[in-house]
Design a protein around this ligand. Structure first.
Ligand code: NAP
Length: 301
C-alpha cells in the first residue's frame, strides 16, 4: 500500500514526486511512455524561469534527475482504470494492481486530430503532430502548419530552420499565440501566413503527401498548394478516460484551487485539468499544490 500514486511523468507529475519525496510519503510515479511528457518533444523553451533558453528534453532531464535523486520510484506502466474501495484507491495497470491512500492524476494531453480527408491515412507519410520528431525529414522541402495557437506558431518557427518554406494556415485572421511567438514568425522570411483559411483535404502522390487543399473563408475560393508535409497543431485532448472524476466538456478534469477533484483523495495537476493556462510553469505549480494537499489528506486518512 502506497501513500501516494502519481500517474504521469511530465512536469506536473515529476514536481509532485519531488514534493512527495521531501514529505517522506511512500510514493510511486507511473508513466506509460517516456518520462518527461509532451514538453520533452519541444525544441526550445524560453519561458520557464531560470532558463532563458533550454530544450524540452534538457529541462525534463533535470526534473527527472532531481526526482530520482530524492529517491522517487518511477515505473514504466500503463494505468487501465481507477476504482475507490472505501477510502482506498485501486489502480489497475497493465502489470497488475496498486493500492494507495491518495492519487495524483498528471497525465497531460495529446494532440487533437483535425479530421480532414487524407489526415489519418497519411499520418507518418507526411502528416505529423510533432515538429521535433519529424521536422528533420523535411529539410529543404515545403511544409504546411495548421493552427493559430502557441504550438502552431512556435513549431512553424522551428520548422522554418529546416524546411525551405513553411505555410501557416489558420481559420481566423487573429492568432491566439503569444505575441513574442507571432513576432518571431512574422520576421521569418520563409514563413507565409495564410490567415482565414482552412485545410480541407490532404492529397498524396505515390503514397506520400503532395498537396494541401485549402479554402479561403474571406474571399471564398478553394486552391491546392504543393507541400511535402502537413503539421497539425489544432489543440490538445486530455488523457483522462481512465478516471471517473468530474470533467468539463473538453474532457479536462475539474479541480478546485487545491487541485482536488470530485473524488476525495484524488487530485489532478497540469495539462489534464481545466486551467486557463497550460505551461510548464503552471504545471509545476499544480504539481506542488497537489502533493501538498495529498499530504494533508493522508495525515487525516
Ligand atoms: P490551442 O491554444 O488550443 O490552439 C489551437 C489552435 O488551433 C487555435 O488557433 C484554434 O483556432 C485552432 N483550431 C482548433 N480547432 C480547429 C479546427 N477544427 N480547424 C482549424 N483550426 C482549429 O492549442 P495549442 O497551440 O496546442 O496549445 C495548447 C496549450 O499549450 C495552450 O494553453 C498553449 O498556450 C500552451 N502552449 C504554450 C507554449 C508556449 O511556448 N508558451 C507552446 C505550446 C503550447 P482558434 O484560435 O480560431 O480557436
Amino acid at each position: 500500500m502506497y501513500d501516494l500514486v502519481i500517474i504521469g511523468g511530465g512536469p506536473a507529475g515529476l514536481t509532485a514526486g519531488i514534493y512527495a519525496q521531501r514529505s517522506r510519503l511512500k510514493t510511486i510515479l507511473l508513466e506509460k511512455g517516456v518520462v518527461g511528457g509532451q514538453i520533452a518533444l519541444s525544441d526550445i523553451i524560453e519561458n520557464y524561469p531560470g532558463f532563458s533558453s533550454i530544450s524540452g528534453a534538457g529541462l525534463m532531464e533535470k526534473f527527472e534527475e532531481h526526482a530520482r535523486g530524492l529517491g522517487l520510484e518511477i515505473r514504466l506502466d500503463e494505468v487501465i482504470n481507477i476504482t475507490v474501495e472505501g477510502k482506498e484507491k485501486v489502480i489497475r495497470t497493465s502489470e497488475g494492481e496498486l493500492r494507495a491512500k491518495a492519487l495524483i492524476v498528471a497525465t497531460g494531453a495529446k494532440p487533437r486530430r483535425l479530421g480532414v480527408p487524407g489526415e489519418k491515412e497519411l499520418t507518418g507519410k507526411g502528416v505529423s503532430y510533432c515538429a521535433t520528431c519529424d521536422g528533420p525529414f523535411f529539410r529543404q522541402r515545403t511544409v504546411m502548419v495548421v493552427g493559430g495557437g502557441d504550438t502552431a506558431v512556435k513549431e512553424a518557427v522551428y520548422l522554418s530552420k529546416l524546411a525551405s518554406k513553411v505555410y501557416i494556415v489558420h481559420r481566423r485572421d487573429r492568432f491566439r499565440a503569444e505575441k513574442m511567438h507571432q513576432e518571431k514568425a512574422e520576421a521569418t522570411p520563409n514563413i507565409e501566413f495564410l490567415a482565414s483559411n482552412i485545410l480541407k483535404e490532404i492529397k498524396a502522390e505515390n503514397g506520400v503527401v503532395s498537396k494541401a487543399v485549402i479554402e479561403n473563408l474571406k474571399n471564398p475560393a478553394v486552391k491546392e498548394v504543393a507541400v511535402d508535409g502537413v503539421f497539425i497543431f489544432v489543440g490538445i485532448n486530455p488523457t483522462t478516460d481512465f478516471v471517473d472524476a468530474e470533467k468539463d466538456t473538453g474532457g479536462f478534469i475539474k479541480t478546485n484551487p487545491r487541485m482536488e477533484t470530485s473524488i476525495p483523495g484524488v487530485f489532478a495537476a497540469g495539462d489534464c485539468r481545466t486551467s486557463p493556462l497550460l505551461q510548464v510553469a503552471t504545471a509545476v505549480g499544480d504539481g506542488a499544490i497537489a502533493a501538498y494537499m495529498a499530504e494533508q489528506y493522508i495525515e487525516n486518512y
